[in-house]
Write a protein that binds this ligand. Structure first.
Ligand SMILES: Nc1ncnc2c1ncn2[C@@H]1O[C@H](COP(=O)(O)OP(=O)(O)OP(=O)(O)O)[C@@H](O)[C@H]1O
Length: 312
């Protein structure tokens, strides 16, 4: 999953969105790769939905620019048609049933696959009769996923697409996304808090924190560029001194730290001498390490705030 073209499908430059003086997104400059699945990660309020809304022209920036396949999407139907945005709070007209939503999507999306839609409706067991207004949270999410996948849009956004879905339905989504994406490569951007569950889907990640990009990297590169040490707190402290530490955590006399960098033989000897265990760091833990701020509990401290400067 690491081979991909480096062509940018989406370019943002200095993208900023303020709401009454508060920046939801601040100076975001990103190239989102074409035909890659990119995860948009970050804590609540980090700016993920805002970024997707600006790219899909559902909102206007306070400053900065967005280009999709080289064009500003605003008021450009050809560009907007190329994008599908599956929102967690998508509204449908009051009298709409499944059939109406499917028909409208089939008309709107140029690459629509009715066969995919029919199959997914079965798999997710979406009911035909009730108006969508009466759908459960999980059924609404399922419908969004069906429309998003069957649209076969060259650029597809999923904003926390799993809300209310049971574990079986979530895994159907992951499998179907991977399968359809492999058969019909396209640019997929999805925001999620379920990183452990979804990390196998992601090739690249953008980590946002308080409206800013703190990291934009290949998942493999990110995982390979950090490790976790665990053991006695004092030994962890000693080991991480002078290293690029993303986060440290101490509970009782035991500690863990997420450290940026690659271990050499000398580091391993040192860790072993201090009776420390070294392990790979999961994407979830890495993101948590980036997301930790001064508001966290005292036991979860970011020991080196300057480490949060990996934005590219
Ligand atoms: N219409 C609005 N008016 C005022 N503030 C807003 C508006 N929309 C978003 N915000 C603020 O902008 C910030 C970013 O919100 P956004 O919804 O983009 O975050 P998010 O990363 O998607 O969060 P979550 O993971 O909770 O969905 C938040 O502080 C939010 O309160």
């Amino acid at each position: 999953m690491t081979t991909h073209s480096a062509t940018a499908a989406i370019e943002t430059r200095g993208l900023t969105r303020r709401y009454r003086g508060t920046a939801a997104l601040e100076d975001v400059t990103l190239d989102i790769h074409e035909n890659v699945i990119t995860g948009l990660l970050g804590r609540n309020g980090a700016g993920k939905t805002t970024l997707m809304s600006l790219i899909t022209a559902q909102d206007r920036p306070s400053s900065g620019t967005v280009r999709v396949n080289g064009h500003a999407p605003f008021e450009r139907a050809e560009t907007i048609e190329q994008m599908c945005f599956v929102r967690d709070n998508q509204r449908y007209p009051d009298d709409y049933t499944l059939k109406h939503a499917i028909r409208a999507a089939a008309i709107f999306y140029p690459n629509w696959s009715q066969q995919t839609a029919d199959r997914l409706v079965e798999l997710f067991r979406i009911p035909a009769k009730p108006v969508i207004k009466k759908f459960s949270r999980g059924q609404l999410s399922s419908l969004g996923i069906v429309l998003g996948l069957a649209s076969r849009s060259p650029i597809t956004f999923f904003d926390e697409p799993y809300l209310g879905l049971d574990a079986t339905a979530r895994h159907i989504f992951y499998d179907e996304l991977l399968q359809d994406y492999s058969a019909h490569p396209r640019t997929v951007i999805l925001s999620t808090h379920l990183i452990d569950e979804m990390d196998r889907l992601l090739e690249r990640v953008v980590i946002l924190d308080r409206g800013r990009v703190v990291r934009h990297a290949d998942v493999e590169e990110l995982r390979g560029g950090a490790y976790q040490v665990a053991g006695r707190s004092s030994a962890v402290d000693e080991f991480v001194r002078g290293r690029d530490t993303l986060s440290t955590r101490a509970i009782g006399g035991l500690g863990t730290a997420v450290v940026q960098g690659v271990l050499d033989d000398e580091d391993r000897r040192r860790a072993s001498h201090l009776a420390l265990e070294i392990s790979p760091v999961s994407l979830q833990d890495l993101v948590a390490a980036y997301g930790l701020g001064e508001t966290e509990h005292a036991e979860h401290t970011t020991s080196d705030p300057t480490a949060l400067t990996g934005a590219r």
